[in-house]
Design a protein around this ligand. Structure first.
Ligand SMILES: [Zn+2]
Ligand SMILES: [Zn+2]
Length: 251
């Protein structure tokens, strides 16, 4: 190890992207502390109750997404609000509340690994992709100062050598999703998101990677997907850091 590398490891403090424990000297280049790393690895291979495939292999999606014409939905792990103390959920929570380049880059690098098999099936090159995020509400962006799905998407585009194009926009106003019923949610998102006329031609004829942090019922994603399809997108691959295990499965 060079003297410089030695000094860097002594001086810089790096924390686990999930539990925020300070990483030990030997784990300096890791994203997680050893405990969280183990939990992360098992979360990624947790079996889907429908198709029995590992979370990262499963392509099951909520009915709303398939009927909106999504090509597929891929995720890194299954989410359940009951498991809020598990390391993978803490990572989601951290991404939402803190703008942290290391954490977004880590998640993007993991998502990027899911893409090649999808593209092979479709016969398209990753440079042809447009990465688009589901935008966070304006109030949340004001409160937190950033949009986590945008951060992840930007990093993902960099890794893939694709373009990041945040074409889904939010109007002013709109109600907070948390307090609404499923039907109200969908209407609320529909009314509060749009694609600008001048952006439509940039989307037309392209394959899109549509990115969000958590997919629960698929309402936000299916509305954005419909906007993209109307703007002429050729196909939309949905990507989420996590998806809700129970709510999502098509019955
Ligand atoms: Zn940790
Ligand atoms: Zn499945």
């Amino acid at each position: 190890m060079s003297a410089w590398e030695y000094i860097r490891r002594i001086v810089a403090v790096r924390k686990c992207v999930s539990c925020r424990a300070i990483l030990r000297y030997d784990d300096f280049d890791e994203s997680f502390c050893p405990t969280c790393k183990l939990a992360w690895q098992s979360a990624k291979v947790e079996n889907c109750p429908e198709c029995y495939k590992a979370a990262t292999e499963c392509t099951c999606m909520p009915k709303q997404l398939s009927s909106a014409g999504a090509l597929t939905l891929r995720r890194l792990f299954f989410y359940s609000p009951k498991r809020e103390n598990e390391p993978q959920n803490k990572l989601i929570y951290f991404l939402k509340h803190h703008k942290n380049a290391r954490a977004s880059r880590f998640v993007a690098s993991q998502l990027a690994k899911l893409i090649p098999s999808e593209l092979d099936t479709l016969g398209i090159d990753k440079s042809e992709l447009l990465v688009v995020n589901i935008p966070r509400g304006r109030t949340a962006v004001l409160n937190y100062g950033f949009d986590q799905a945008a951060e992840i998407s930007r990093e993902l585009a960099k890794i893939l050598g694709a373009s990041y194009l945040p074409v889904i926009r939010r109007r002013r106003g709109g109600r907070e999703q948390k307090k609404l019923s499923a039907v109200e949610r969908k209407k609320n998102i529909k009314d509060s998101t749009y694609i600008k006329e001048s952006d439509k031609e940039r989307v037309s004829g392209r394959y899109i990677l549509l990115v969000d942090d958590i997919v629960t019922t698929g309402a936000s994603m299916s509305v954005s997907l419909a906007h993209l399809r109307r703007a002429g997108a050729k196909g939309v691959i949905c990507l989420a850091v996590a998806s809700d295990l129970k709510k999502e499965i098509e019955k």
